[in-house]
Write a new protein. Structure first.
Length: 795
C-alpha cells in the first residue's frame, strides 16, 4: 500500500524567510526543538504548512516566496495583521505560560486595546487562515498532522469541512494539571476542537493524563479504554515521546570541520572544564536559576574557581513579548554579577551569548562538553539533552537534567536529575558531575546513547502514522482516576517450631504440603543475581532427591503453588509426583495429567494490552527492568535497575495505570518490593486454594481428612491469603467443598480437613511482617526442614 502523504501543520516553517529584493528571499533555520525534530522526517512524502516568519503584504512577495518555499516542500501561511495578537499574544503570552504553570501575565504589550478577547479573536482568525491553506492543498488520503498549541482550533475546522479527513494533533509542550488549565477562559472550546481529531498525542503520560482529566472535568466527557468518548465519537489519546535524528548529530560531529572546531574551542577555553547550556532565551528554561546554582557551586567550591566555566547559548526567541525582554535583562544581571565576583583578569566563569550558533559549532560544543546543564522549570521534552548525548566523544560528559523536562522520564536513568528550583541541589549536582569517575560516566552515557539511538524522530512519526491509520491504539489509552496503592498492616510472627512441625508430621496420616517456588525452593539469591526473565528459575540442587522422597510418600500430597508460568513448573517439577499450580493457581495439574485452566469464562482480560503498553513504555525507559507476562497477569520488575530511579518510575507507572487502562477494570495492582504486578481480580494464591483442594480431593482417594498442613512461601502481600485459608476457624469454607455440586469428592470422610491449631503451620520466608504464623530465614532452612521430614519417613 502506498504511504499516505503527510501534511505537517505548525506555527513556524522549518525555515525563516528574509526578503532580499522584490522577488528574492534568503532563509535561515527556525529555532526550537519542534523544527529540528520534524526535519528528521525522511520516510514520508511531507508538505509543511506554516508561517514563514515574516509579514508579506504584497502579491509579488507572496507569490515569489510561495514558489521559493515550494522547492523546499514548504507552503506559507500569511498571517498578516493577526500575527502579533495571535503569536505574541494568545499563543505565547496566554497559552504558553498556562501550559508551563506560569499563570497568565497581564499583558504582553502596553496597549489598552489588546484584551483577552481580542487575542482570542486573533487566534480564531489565524486558525481559520491555517485551515484555508490546508483546504487548498489537501488531497484525498492525506494525513494532516497539526502541531502544538498554536493550532488547537484547526482540527475542528478541518473535520467540519471534511469528516473523513485523517487528523492528528500533537502537543510539544506540557499539558498542565487541570487545575491550571481551568483558568483559561476559552478552555472548553479548545478542548472540544482537539477532541475532534482522530489521534491526540503527548510526550509523556503525565501530560496525557492531565489532558484527559481536563476533558472529563471541564467537558464532562467520559474517558474509557477506547479513549475520550463524546456522543459516540472516540478520540484516541496516545503517548509517543519525540526523538532526534541521531545520525545527523553523530555524523556531523565526525566532520573534519567540526573536529577543528573542537580543537579550537578546547584551546580557547584554556583547559577549563566546560559546563554547557543551550536554550532558547525563554522564561521556562530556568536560565537565571542555572546561574544562581553555578554561583553557589563556585561559592562553596573555591578549588574549582578558574578551572570550570559555564557557556550559555541563549537563542533569541519571541522578542515581541515583554516577559522575554525581562528574562534577558535578568540573565545579564546575573552574569555580570557572578563574573564580577568570581572572574579574574584572564578569565570569567560565565560566557553568555545572546545568539544562535551554527550547527557544526553546536555539535563541536556538545562533543567537548563535560557537563550539559538543563534546568528547565517546565519543558515539553528538551531535545538539547538528546543531541548532546548523540555527539559525545571519547571522554563522556554528564547530563544534569531537570526533572520537569519531559526528557527526564526517558533519559533520567543516565542523567543526574535535579529540581531546578533547588539551587543547592543543582549546585551539588554540578560537583557530582565534575567529580564523577570515568566508569560511571561511561555507564550513564551508554544507557542514554542506546535510548537516543533507538528512539528517533522517524520512529516517532512512524508511530503517529501507524496509530492514525490503524486502530491499534486502544492499548495506549489512558483514563483518569485516582491513584491508590495496596498495603497491609500485619501482626508479628514467630520462629518456626521445627520440633513441633516434625512431631505433628509423624503423627499425621493425610498431609498436605503447599510450597511456593521462587525464594522457597530456589537457592537464596542476592539482588544482583536475581532472575532476569523468570525463565532461569531453578530448583535448589539439594532439594532434588529430598523432594522426590517426600512426594513418593502416599501419606503426603505436595503442591507447588507459584506465580511462574506452566512451562517453568513443568521444567523443574515434571518428574515429581505432585500438584503444580501455575500463575497463582490459574492453571493446575497433577504431574501425571494435563493442565487445566481455572480462568473463568466471564473473566474480562481486555485491560491486558493497555497495561502491557504502559509496562513496555517504562521497561524501555528503565534500564535493567523487565516485563513478565502471563495469561492473566503482568509483572514489571525493576530489581536489576537503579534502585532509586526504579522506585521513581514505579511511582509514575502506578499513577498511569490507575489513571489509564485499569481505571475501570477488575484487576488487582500489587506493588512488590521491586515490582509492580497487575492481575485479574481474585487471582491470588488464597483464592486458588479452594479450587486446588477441590481437585486434590476429587482425584485422590481420601480415607481420612487432611490432618496436617504445612504451607511455606516467599509470597507477595496479596498472596498471603493462602496462609489464612487453612486457619482452623476458616475450615468451614473447605468443608463446604465436600457437599458442593457434582464435583464433590466421592470418597471422603465427613470433613475434608481436620485442622486444629497444632497441626497447621504457615511459614513465610525471610519475613516477620506477614499473615503467616511462623517464619524461616531463607530457603536453606526449607532444605534442612524437608531433609528432616524425609529422615522421619525413613525412620
Ligand atoms: O517557534 P518559537 O516560538 O520560537 O518556539 C520554538 C518552539 O518551542 C517549543 O518547543 C517545544 O517542542 C520541542 C519538540 O517537541 C520540545 O522538546 C520542547 O520542550 C518544547 O518547548 C514549541 O512547542 C514549538 O512549537 C516552537 O516551535
Ligand atoms: O543556536 C541554536 C542552538 C540550538 N538550536 C536547536 O534548538 C532546539 C531546542 O529544542 P528543545 O527541544 O531543547 O527546546 P525548545 O527550544 O524547542 O523549547 C534544539 O534542536 C537545538 O539544536 C538552534 O536551533 N540554534
Amino acid at each position: 500500500m502506498a504511504r499516505p502523504r503527510l501534511l505537517v501543520v505548525s506555527m513556524s516553517l522549518p525555515v525563516t524567510a528574509k526578503r532580499t529584493g522584490e522577488e528574492s528571499w534568503s532563509f535561515t533555520m527556525s529555532p526550537g526543538g519542534l523544527v529540528s525534530a520534524l526535519l528528521g522526517l525522511k520516510e514520508f512524502e511531507t508538505k509543511w504548512i506554516g508561517w514563514p516568519g515574516v509579514d508579506v503584504h504584497d502579491a509579488i512577495g507572496k507569490k515569489t516566496l510561495s514558489i521559493t518555499l515550494a522547492e523546499k516542500g514548504c507552503i506559507p501561511v500569511f498571517l498578516e495583521e493577526v500575527c502579533d495578537q495571535y503569536y505574541n499574544g494568545y499563543c505565547n503570552n496566554i497559552l504558553w505560560p498556562i501550559f508551563h504553570y506560569l499563570g497568565t501575565p497581564p499583558e504582553y504589550r502596553n496597549d489598552a486595546t489588546i484584551t483577552y478577547q481580542s487575542q482570542y479573536e486573533a487566534y480564531k482568525k489565524a486558525n481559520q487562515i491555517f485551515f484555508d491553506v490546508v483546504k487548498e492543498h489537501y488531497e484525498e488520503g492525506d494525513v494532516v498532522w497539526c502541531h502544538d498549541y498554536h493550532v488547537m482550533l484547526l482540527p475542528q475546522y478541518l473535520k467540519e469541512y471534511n469528516s473523513k479527513m485523517k487528523v492528528g494533533w500533537f502537543l510539544h509542550t506540557p499539558f498542565p494539571s487541570s487545575e491550571m488549565y481551568k483558568t483559561l477562559p476559552s478552555r472548553s472550546d479548545l478542548l472540544r476542537s482537539v477532541l475532534t481529531a482522530d489521534l491526540v498525542g503527548f510526550h509523556t503520560y503525565d501530560f496525557a493524563r492531565h489532558f484527559l482529566n481536563a476533558c472529563m472535568c471541564i467537558l464532562g466527557v467520559e474517558a474509557t479504554s477506547e479513549g475520550i468518548v463524546d456522543q459516540g465519537k472516540v478520540t484516541r489519546v496516545a503517548v509517543f515521546p519525540i526523538g532526534i535524528e541521531p545520525e545527523r548529530f553523530i555524523n556531523t560531529s565526525e566532520l573534519s570541520e567540526v573536529v577543528q572546531y573542537m580543537k579550537k574551542f578546547k584551546n580557547d577555553f584554556g583547559g577549563r572544564k566546560l559546563i554547557l547550556g543551550v536554550d532558547r532565551l525563554d522564561t521556562i528554561k530556568g536560565i537565571p536559576q542555572k546561574y544562581q546554582a553555578f554561583e553557589k557551586f563556585l561559592e562553596e567550591n573555591a578549588e574549582w574557581r578558574g578551572k570550570v566555566m559555564l557557556l550559555q547559548i541563549a537563542v533569541p526567541t519571541r522578542n515581541g513579548i515583554g516577559e522575554y525582554q525581562k528574562i534577558k535583562d535578568q540573565c545579564h544581571y546575573h552574569v555580570g554579577r557572578i563574573n564580577g565576583r568570581f572572574g579574574s583578569i584572564s578569565s570569567v566563569p560565565i560566557i553568555h551569548l545572546d545568539c544562535s550558533i551554527d550547527f557544526n559549532q553546536l555539535c563541536a560544543l556538545y562533543a567537548i562538553t563535560d557537563v550539559l546543564l538543563v534546568t528547565s522549570l517546565r519543558d515539553g521534552m528538551n531535545l538539547v539533552s538528546s543531541e548532546f548525548i548523540a555527539c559525545q566523544k571519547a571522554e563522556k560528559g554528564v547530563l544534569i537534567l531537570s526533572e520537569f523536562a519531559g526528557a527526564g522520564q526517558s533519559l533520567g536513568a543516565g542523567a543526574i536529575l535535579v529540581n531546578p528550583w533547588n539551587i543547592k541541589e543543582v549546585s551539588s549536582a554540578i560537583g557530582e558531575a565534575l567529580n564523577m569517575s570515568h566508569e560511571e560516566k561511561e555507564r550513564k552515557h551508554k544507557i542514554n546513547f542506546q535510548y537516543v539511538k533507538t528512539h528517533s524522530t522517524q520512529q516517532w512519526a512512524d508511530d503517529f502514522m501507524k496509530l492514525t491509520l490503524t486502530n491499534i491504539l486502544c492499548s495506549k489509552l489512558i483514563e483518569i482516576t485516582t491513584s491508590a496503592e495496596l498495603g497491609a498492616g500485619l501482626a508479628a510472627t514467630l520462629e518456626l517450631p521445627e520440633h513441633d512441625v516434625i512431631q505433628q508430621y509423624s503423627k499425621s496420616n493425610n498431609r498436605l504440603l503447599i510450597l511456593g517456588f521462587y525464594g522457597t525452593l530456589t537457592q537464596p539469591m542476592k539482588n544482583q543475581e536475581r532472575r532476569g526473565d523468570g525463565m532461569n528459575l531453578e530448583l535448589h540442587p539439594q532439594l532434588k532427591e529430598r523432594l522426590k522422597e517426600l512426594c513418593s510418600d502416599p501419606k503426603t500430597t505436595v503442591v507447588v503453588l507459584s506465580r511462574s508460568e506452566k512451562c517453568i513448573l513443568d521444567k523443574n517439577f515434571g518428574e515429581y509426583n505432585m500438584w503444580l499450580a501455575a500463575e497463582n493457581g490459574m492453571f493446575l495439574r497433577h504431574t501425571s495429567g494435563e493442565w487445566v485452566t481455572r480462568i473463568p469464562e466471564h473473566m474480562n482480560l481486555e485491560w491486558i494490552d493497555g497495561v502491557k503498553h504502559v509496562f513496555k513504555y517504562f521497561t524501555e525507559r528503565t534500564p535493567g527492568s523487565y516485563l513478565e507476562t502471563s495469561e492473566a497477569s503482568l509483572v514489571w520488575n525493576y530489581e536489576n535497575a537503579d534502585a532509586e530511579f526504579g522506585r521513581a518510575q514505579a511511582r509514575d507507572m502506578l499513577q498511569h495505570l490507575w489513571a489509564g487502562p485499569i481505571s475501570n477494570a477488575s484487576v488487582d495492582v500489587v506493588r512488590g518490593g521491586q515490582s509492580v504486578e497487575v492481575h485479574a481480580v481474585g487471582v491470588t494464591k488464597g483464592s486458588a486454594m479452594e479450587r486446588i483442594l477441590g481437585e486434590i480431593v476429587h482425584n485422590k482417594s481420601m480415607a481420612t481428612p487432611i490432618d496436617y498442613v504445612l504451607c511455606i512461601g516467599c509470597f507477595l502481600g496479596k498472596d498471603e491469603d493462602v496462609y489464612t485459608f487453612f486457619e482452623p476457624e476458616l475450615t468451614k469454607k473447605a468443608k463446604s467443598l465436600s457437599s458442593s455440586g457434582s464435583d464433590s469428592p466421592k470418597k471422603v470422610s465427613s470433613t475434608i480437613v481436620d485442622l486444629k491449631g497444632e497441626n497447621y503451620f504457615s511459614v513465610a520466608i525471610g519475613q516477620t511482617h506477614t499473615k503467616a504464623r511462623y517464619f524461616l530465614d531463607s530457603s536453606d532452612d526449607v532444605v534442612k526442614l524437608i531433609g528432616k521430614l524425609c529422615t522421619h519417613n525413613n525412620a
